[in-house]
Write a protein that binds this ligand. Sequence first.
Ligand SMILES: NC(=O)c1ccc[n+]([C@@H]2O[C@H](COP(=O)([O-])OP(=O)(O)OC[C@H]3O[C@@H](n4cnc5c(N)ncnc54)[C@H](OP(=O)(O)O)[C@@H]3O)[C@@H](O)[C@H]2O)c1
Length: 492
Amino acid sequence: MTSRIIAVEPFDLVVFGGAGDLAYRKLLPALFHRHADGQIPAAARIVGVSRRAMSDADYRAATREALGQHVADADREPALVETFLKRLHFIPVDARSDAGWDDLGTLLQKGGGRIRAFYLAVAPELFGTISAKLGGKGLATPATRVIIEKPIGHDLASAVAVNDAIGQIFEEGQIYRIDHYLGKETVQNLMALRFANALFEPLWNAAHVDHVQITVAETIGVAGRGDYYDHAGALRDMVQNHMIQLLCLVAMEPPAEMNADSMRDEKIKVLRSLEPINAHNSARLIVRGQYRAGGGPNGPAPAYASEVANPASATETFIALRAGINNWRWAGVPFYLRTGKRLPTRASEIVVSFRAIPHSIFAPEAGEIEQNRLVIRLQPDEGVKLNLMIKDPGPGGMRLRYVPLDMSFAEAFGIRSPDAYERLILDVIRGNQTLFMRRDEVEAAWAWIDPIAEAWQASNETPKPYPAGTWGPAASIALIERDGRTWYDEVG
Ligand SMILES: NC(=O)c1ccc[n+]([C@@H]2O[C@H](COP(=O)([O-])OP(=O)(O)OC[C@H]3O[C@@H](n4cnc5c(N)ncnc54)[C@H](OP(=O)(O)O)[C@@H]3O)[C@@H](O)[C@H]2O)c1
């Protein structure tokens, strides 16, 4: 079985930062896959832009190499690679000067009134500058869209400034703020599970859900992004965007329709219902950590402070927090969020734990009865499992066993799980903003985050140390155990 492919309209996609890491590692491979599946019409063009001098031929050669590294051999049919590379162009442009803009304009002119998308895969300081130039040079047509990615600001005030600068040139309906977690197959599946089945909705509330855990664990350190990370930390890099977005999708009310504004209207209600965390309660609700030298799956690891060459760094590389949602559906249900670098495994998952049964009819020898859990795994192996108690098969007495019911069907259907960027870039071309963040969502998330960052600053408390390769400071275990719960460990 193959998935249904519907071709999009012809477009010009201009990637500012087209010769950068994000473009070579994610964007161009994603576009290649869509090309290989026949979803991109012959006339569509991809234009890389950056300051360095590169010809079309140079860019095609560099992209061929990048595809070699980031697309599996089996998916890289040589004829398809060649036809893909023919779509590529490169124009040297310095966003901060006037150099190159006319050449870009001339190339785009040839596309007539077709859809134009500008992907700003550059440092966020350039978002406003590039938008102003696009406006000033007359390149922002009504059929133009602009795509930006985190970090959108480092606090509420700076996020408002970025949004204002882009908003000077583009309408909200033209702005696509990517959170690539929302493009993941299993996140889509969460929507299908919740809203295409009658089974879960009656249970999806404080009466039946005991708690929710959202974990984003990385094994890597700061990997060349030390400068950025030391100013951001886990709170701004992971919690403000990816984790809060996941929390919103789990917690939101059913939208009236699966369209952009219905979904975003529901997500923002969750954001506005989040229990404030501030100087009064942050010590009780949040644990911050920073890794010291240690081990882990990647071998011996240096301490964070030496990796970023800042011995006095008070930046957190780990956070565990307990969030609450003050509304009728979720009152009293803790949402535990945990993220960190240099942890023992790479895994991102959402675990919805249902309440324990009210009374057991089984003898103690039958074994312990665990909570039912719905586990939505975003990476590395995307999938959905429902953990249930069953009778241990076979003769003999009644013994109970906790087993996962695997609801991941991509493998069964023989479909490669697409990368999030494949879906998201084509959604931009289709003009579908459902999986992108609206301005008010980004700003509401910062409004919740800012008091946390301010509380840390005011307290002068430094992050708790943890050895690289472990699950963060012991205090993070105490945070959840205090409530009589434990962090989820995968079952069989
Ligand atoms: N890499 C990722 O996986 C990832 C993931 C999520 C978000 N992001 C965000 O995406 C953005 C790009 O990240 P990256 O990792 O791709 O960075 P990168 O590898 O440093 O690439 C930056 C690109 O911007 C170009 N550039 C810099 N200044 C420019 C200017 N004045 N005018 C035109 N082009 C300019 C650079 O090329 P020249 O030097 O030739 O100008 C380069 O192509 C950052 O904001 C990052 O936070 C990245």
